[in-house]
Design a protein around this ligand. Sequence first.
Ligand code: MN
Length: 491
Amino acid sequence: MKQGIENLEFWFIAGSQFLYGEETLNQVEKNSRIIVDSLNASGHLPWRIKFKGIVKTSTDATEFSREANYDKKCAGLIVFCHTFSPSKMWITGLKSLEKPYLHLHTQFNSNIPNEEIDMDYMNLHQSAHGDREHGFIVTRLRIPRKIVVGHYEETEVQENIAKYMRAAVGAAFSRDMRVMRFGDNMREVAVTEGDKVEAQIKLGWEVNTWAVGLLVDTMNEVTEDEIAAQVDIYHELYDFNTDKIETIQYQAREEIAIKKLLDDQGCSAFSNTFEDLYGMDQLPGLATQDLMRQGYGYGGEGDWKVSAMTSIMKAMSFGLANGTSFMEDYTYDFENGLILGAHMLEVCPTVASDRPRIEVHELGIGGKQPPARIVFNGKGGNGIAVSLIDMGGRLRLIVADIECVEPTQTMPNLPVARVMWKPEPNLKVGAHAWILAGGAHHTVLSLDLDAEIMRDFANILGIEFVHISKDTDLATFEDELQLKDLLWKLK
Ligand code: MN
């Protein structure tokens, strides 16, 4: 797992000009610093904002942009035009900007003070027109950006900035993503395939393969001490509902070896397939689940797209604790409008409502020994299910709003972790829209993120975004997909 996410920061840049004189510019800086300090002290922002300076000339705008592009700690910009800042001087800077960009349409004072207001006051509180000038040029340049409107002390404004931060950090994480593939895609499966070159161009992902034999060699190098230490971690986190300790030790060996290879190669995510486990005794179950808990992404059956998205969405959820997991839509309860999600083994324990228990059961496919896995019930809460598909010529990110519920039945003979949810607006419309959009059976399920964050993420990276929500109407949705198909062919 790559370190350093917590050290990312956002740069606050105030727009102004020399027209109003030095005294006003000093006030602009003073006020901007107060806004930044207030936002940082709000407790609602997952990352720090750093006051970076004031754009007064075209040279300033270009320099800030170049500096932001090359600064690894800078995850994005936040721009606010405190006074009128003529936008032609921003053109070169904005055109060269590669970092995510938030236009914060705020104002230093939250209201109009009856006695105090005069033309000096007006000049210091003119984002109402200064930000319109700024908004025009960004629209004219067709630069993707987030707009947040409101006084900076409002909780809603702070929360919207926080959402943008999560999307921007997701984009930064995505552009630094490496995925390790063990084995190819599951034979004949379509939706888990995709254009890895396109994914690298658009999303930055380096998706490459490593031999299963190398994994087996690495597993054979794992020491008994390392295995014992890993089993101690399992004891801390999970109940042991089996006496097959050797089976658990084998999963520990797999986990340590996979983690070592991932870390050696700077990979944050991996995929494997039950069809290619040559030299391995068990499909990694517990091993994969425990790796996901630590933030690594996983996709079953060679699904590198969902694996990378799992890792990215875990990074985007930094500081939140409701959980994000690789998921699969498995079976329906049509009578109660519910979906039961699970996988043959690999669901992340961050979405567990109860203490997970390690169990060992036969696996019906793959022809290997019965693997250890953790079994638990999923949590309730509002969340999203996310699928990234390759439409041929473009990538489409589909996000469905869902309401997770604790499983309504005990299902004593189901030997895997189980998560249950109601898709919005209901099972029939939600599933209908999902199928119409081409969404996969594999998803990333998150109880920490929402559709707005994912929309911003898609906008930053320049991929198509489709949202299924409580407002989804099938006829409108179908028309929307057709229009988008045409739109993306023109892009
Ligand atoms: Mn699957």
